[in-house]
Design a protein around this ligand. Structure first.
Ligand SMILES: Cc1cc2nc3c(=O)[nH]c(=O)nc-3n(C[C@H](O)[C@H](O)[C@H](O)COP(=O)(O)OP(=O)(O)OC[C@H]3O[C@@H](n4cnc5c(N)ncnc54)[C@H](O)[C@@H]3O)c2cc1C
Ligand SMILES: NC(=O)c1ccc[n+]([C@@H]2O[C@H](COP(=O)([O-])OP(=O)(O)OC[C@H]3O[C@@H](n4cnc5c(N)ncnc54)[C@H](O)[C@@H]3O)[C@@H](O)[C@H]2O)c1
Length: 448
């Protein structure tokens, strides 16, 4: 059995960044990746980058098959670049194969040719990501020929005319908005009665109204009973507030959450603990229950974002090479964006959360209609909201529903993380015409 000082399982964001960093420190690293189509991980191959490429292509009126072809070319280039980023390091070995633990520090790797190679690692970093949750408990879904995931949707060459999306969260809404722009008729089914229930009601209502105006149908508060697979179409049967009915679809997308990818990792052969949601249990330093074994990224069951996985790398790096002060509990504010055609972006507290936590705040609000750049872009949908601490005037949170909000939010995040008073943003000189300059107006006067 070959021994390595460092083994990374999975070529994801945290894993590849850590492997590269260890190599720059002269350390030997074995990186195990089960698919040569996944060098660089989920984000660049099947998630963030291809999906945003398609969102933009749809917006620009690119026909669906051309958009898919352009996306595929892009991911291929990114994959190659990522591969060489690690493979060209003299102290990194990439092993193409599926890793399973056979003991706390030992792995059996089944290569693509079927050979099994056993390796041992002094330090092991698990970065195996998450996979689409396909609800086996709903009859007819798992074995349906009409089933798509976010991954297989992005491999289609023909636009489905009638598309049903099961789940109206991040993936469901981004796909709904994008496929609607490509020309499909989209219906979204979600078990929650309330659309985006964590958002403030005014913001959720604005996005909902805009998506409905675009032609997307929503069935909220429904129970999906079964999928009946006919010759050409799927029939999705659901109960809508006591009435059982059904809808037919050329394809349906399962977007009901993603489960930490631990099922085929052989963890039963180790002392590494997994919780009831299949996530690897870690402490605030991302250490598992076995010494010198860490888990990073989606597999820990935390927030599923690429930048969280990157931050997990920083936490582990700080233990190995720094003071060990960085933890999951002292992460700075984390912004999030739903990349619908008009994007919805948050950082910090919403009004709903402030109320629930009994936190007092000043409220600032601005309709996007008031922003000159929105007129220039030709999309005046949306509203901005910000919550401010009444005592020291620091920003408690912001919700930006409007064009380019996924860019602007980074400025607000900097302000929050550096405890800047809102007046700093209000009085700053901004480039013109931009969406960001609206911060001059947003912070003019609180509503209350
Ligand atoms: C459609 C979609 C859109 C998204 N959009 C965004 C977005 O816009 N912004 C954002 O921040 N996040 C987005 N996300 C979430 C983001 O993609 C994930 O949070 C992120 O990629 C997780 O990275 P990771 O480091 O946990 O591991 P991953 O990048 O998932 O890497 C895990 C790797 O491990 C490999 N692997 C798994 N098991 C084994 C094994 N046993 N042996 C060997 N190799 C193994 C896998 O093949 C994979 O390459 C999106 C997700 C999806 C599905
Ligand atoms: N822009 C981004 O950063 C981005 C984009 C896509 C995905 N992601 C990440 O990927 C993760 C997974 O995305 P997702 O959309 O699959 O999960 P999600 O948790 O965001 O949404 C899942 C939705 O499915 C619904 N649902 C679950 N079970 C159901 C059932 N039986 N019947 C009907 N509805 C049901 C839930 O109510 C929820 O609205 C996200 O949480 C996010 O962290 C991020």
């Amino acid at each position: 059995m070959q021994h390595y000082p460092n083994i990374v399982i999975g070529f994801g964001k945290a894993g590849k960044t850590l492997a590269k960093f260890l190599a720059t420190q002269g350390q030997e690293v074995l990186v195990i990746e089960q698919s040569n189509q996944m060098y660089g991980g989920t984000c660049i191959n099947i998630a963030c980058l291809p999906s945003k490429r398609l969102v933009i292509a749809a917006h620009n009126g690119v026909p669906f098959p051309d958009a898919i072809a352009g996306k595929t070319e892009m991911t291929s280039q990114l994959r190659n670049k990522n591969y060489h980023m690690l493979a060209d390091e003299p102290t990194i070995t990439i092993l193409d194969g599926h890793a399973e633990f056979i003991a706390d520090h030992e792995l059996a790797v089944t290569t693509t040719s079927g050979e099994v190679i056993n390796v041992a690692g002094e330090r092991i970093f698990i970065n195996t990501g998450a996979i689409t949750r396909v609800p086996a408990e709903i009859p007819g879904i798992a074995d349906s020929p009409f089933l798509l995931t976010s991954t297989t949707l992005m491999e289609q060459t023909e636009l489905p005319q009638e598309l049903v999306i099961l789940g109206g969260g991040y993936i469901g809404l981004e796909i709904a908005s994008m496929m609607n722009q490509f020309g499909a008729h989209v219906t979204v089914l979600d078990r929650n009665d309330q659309f985006l229930r964590r958002e403030d009601d005014d913001v959720a209502q604005a996005l909902y109204d805009d998506l409905v105006a675009d032609g997307i149908d929503f069935k909220l508060g429904v129970t999906i009973n079964q999928v009946i697979n006919h010759a050409d179409q799927a029939e999705i049967e659901y109960t809508d507030h006591g009435t059982t009915t059904s809808i037919t679809a050329d394809k349906f997308v399962v977007a009901m959450g993603r489960t930490p990818n631990t099922m085929e990792l052989g963890l039963a052969n180790t002392n590494i603990q997994v919780n009831d949601r299949q996530a690897i249990v870690v402490n605030e330093h991302l250490q598992t229950s076995v010494d010198n074994v860490w888990a990073m990224g989606d597999v820990t069951g935390g927030l599923q974002f690429t930048y969280i996985s990157l931050d997990d790398f920083r936490i582990v790096k700080d233990q190995l090479f720094g003071a060990g002060a960085r933890t999951t509990t002292n992460r700075p504010a984390v912004p999030t964006s739903v990349f619908t055609q008009t994007p919805l972006t948050n950082v910090g507290l919403t009004e709903k959360e402030a109320h629930a936590q009994g936190i007092d705040y000043l409220l600032f609000k601005l309709p996007v209609m008031a922003i000159p750049k929105a007129k220039v872009i030709g999309n005046q949908r949306g509203l901005y909201k910000a919550l401010v601490n009444p005592t020291d005037h620091t920003i408690l949170g912001a919700t930006l529903y409007g064009e380019e909000s996924f860019e602007m939010i980074n400025l607000l995040t900097t302000a929050i993380n550096n405890h800047l008073p809102y007046e700093t943003l209000r009085d700053q000189i901004y480039t013109h015409p931009t969406m960001t300059e609206a911060l001059n107006d947003l912070f003019k006067a609180p509503l209350h």
